[in-house]
Design a protein around this ligand. Structure first.
Ligand SMILES: *Cc1c(COP(=O)(O)O)cnc(C)c1O
Length: 394
């Protein structure tokens, strides 16, 4: 632990709690990013890619049938229409351009469900990096299609056999790789968590969601919404849509995975609700809310949506929740499946199971939204069809 680097960034949350071997690479990214984010040339380059490659801006769609059903005006921010099928490319494009400007030639990343690995493979192929993705053996078995997608685009998937052989172990392995490879390698972290500067940088790259939505809702309705609802895994799509509204009188609702619906005090963390049920602790380089047992052992998280299955949460969300600026809520598997089916049936939009948690919350507590709300549809649900079919056959 390097105390000089441990200064928290979001109240007592955040910071940079990394081993000595990672201090230099992390600091190099921090200084490169703070230089690049002020560069008009870098911003132009990113905007070009977001527009012509990722397909931005995404629509803000008035969900007329859902609105009628729930007796209020509900808009959907359509991140499911971003290239790759989710918001993740907003972040990987931004960071890959940072890596390019730093002169790096190799990208490494961690992935759980495989979605971030795929988004990294996309930018790796497009911008000409050698790309290696760390993935737990258990996840490789569960997510064969995404492994194949990554390989098609020229990325190598490295199986991780340590620990529980899932996402948190993949992050540990990627960090180990980086500590000895940073001369030519950039670690492309997948969510608004990890050591400084990753939580702020990932939020900034995802803020394009909220910045667009702000202009779009004002154009459509002549005012800001009463509320915005987003699902939370590590927190990147939520921080992305929330960030441009933090100073406004807009209710920001973060929906975590309630898992199998066993409540808030079960000992196995049969859910992914680190904000609602976690405790302060250090995970992957930052002080945040994490799911742990009384001895500080990280608990296994669980959600029907693999992308919400992370035992921690970004430090900025932890801080905003503590201050009461965001409201935290949960939707369990059943609520998410209801959201999945309802949005498909009523609007002809099949959401990712992750995003379906936000929809499920809205169906359960429409009165929490006020008269005008935006739901962030973080991704599309094609990847989840087999999971849903299997669940229905249980
Ligand atoms: C990865 C993923 C999430 C969860 O990650 P955040 O960093 O919390 O946004 C949510 N929705 C989709 C579609 C995802 O792929």
């Amino acid at each position: 632990m390097n105390q000089a680097q441990s200064a928290a960034k979001f109240g007592r949350y955040g910071g940079c709690f990394v081993p000595e071997t990672l201090v230099q690479p992390v600091m190099e990214v921090a200084s490169a990013y703070s230089r690049l984010k002020a560069s008009p040339e870098f911003r132009r380059e990113l905007e070009e890619m977001l527009k012509h490659f990722a397909g931005r801006p995404t629509p803000l769609y008035f969900a007329k049938n859902l609105s009628r059903d729930l007796g209020r005006r509900i808009y959907l921010k359509r991140e499911d229409l971003v290239h790759g099928g989710a918001h993740k490319l907003n972040n990987t494009l931004g960071q890959a351009l940072v890596a390019k400007h730093m002169g790096k030639t190799r990208l490494i990343a961690e992935t759980g469900a495989g979605q971030h690995g795929v988004a990294t493979a996309i930018v790796g192929a497009n911008l000409g990096f050698e790309t290696q993705v760390y993935m737990g053996e258990v996840d490789i078995e569960r997510q064969k299609m995404n492994v194949y997608r990554m390989e098609l685009m020229g990325a190598e998937v490295i199986p991780v056999r340590s620990g529980s052989r899932t996402l948190k172990d993949a992050i540990n392995e990627a960090m180990r790789d980086w500590s000895s490879s940073f001369e030519n390698t950039y670690y492309l972290f997948g969510t608004a968590a990890g050591p400084h500067p990753f939580p702020s940088m990932v939020r900034d790259f995802q803020s394009v969601i909220g910045a667009e939505a702000r202009g779009q809702i004002q154009e459509a309705e002549g005012r800001l919404p009463d509320s915005i609802v987003a699902c939370v895994g590590g927190g990147s799509n939520a921080m992305g849509i929330f960030a441009p509204f933090l100073k406004d009188d807009v209710r920001l609702i973060a929906v975590e995975a309630g898992g199998r619906g066993l409540g808030h005090d079960d000992k196995t963390a049969d859910h992914g609700a680190s904000l609602g049920c976690g405790q302060d602790g250090i995970l992957h380089g930052s002080l945040t809310r994490i799911l742990q047992d009384p001895h500080g052992q990280i608990l296994e998280s669980y959600s029907i949506a693999a992308g919400l299955d992370y035992p921690g949460v970004g430090p900025e969300l932890a801080y905003l929740a503590e201050r009461g600026r965001i409201k935290t809520a949960t939707a369990d598997d059943r609520a998410a499946l209801r959201g999945f089916r309802t949005l498909s049936r009523r609007e002809g939009i099949i959401p990712a199971l992750e995003s379906a948690h936000a929809v499920g919350y809205v169906l359960r507590e429409p009165e929490a939204l006020g008269d005008l709300a935006i739901i962030n549809v973080s991704g599309r649900g094609d990847k989840d069809l087999a999971t849903v079919m299997e669940y229905e056959n249980l």
